[in-house]
Design a protein around this ligand. Structure first.
Ligand SMILES: [Zn+2]
Length: 90
């Protein structure tokens, strides 16, 4: 388990046991920001016109342009083992 994962576990535990709604929300924001730094596999779709794969963000569905982070939502993206893009996804 990485330090970031340990921190996430701690934050989630604190959030779940936090009685004050405002503080609970703050923990939620920190958790969401930390989770975006954990790489998730890109969605790949073969484009026949350009004869190459196009990659999509696994969280928001935007085209990533092969950057390390989604320019739309900030999700860290892994291109080593992309998952197939399925029709119906945004
Ligand atoms: Zn995104």
């Amino acid at each position: 388990m990485t330090d970031e994962q340990k921190c996430l576990e701690w934050l989630k535990h604190r959030r779940d046991n936090m009685p004050m709604a405002g503080a609970k929300r703050m923990f939620g924001i920190a958790i969401a920001a930390l989770e975006k730094q954990e790489k998730k596999p890109a969605k790949a779709k073969f484009n026949k016109l350009y004869n190459k794969f196009v990659y999509f963000c696994p969280v928001c569905g935007e085209v990533t342009g092969h950057y390390d982070y989604c320019s739309d939502c900030g999700q860290a993206i892994d291109y080593d083992n992309p998952e197939p893009y399925t029709e119906g996804e945004s």
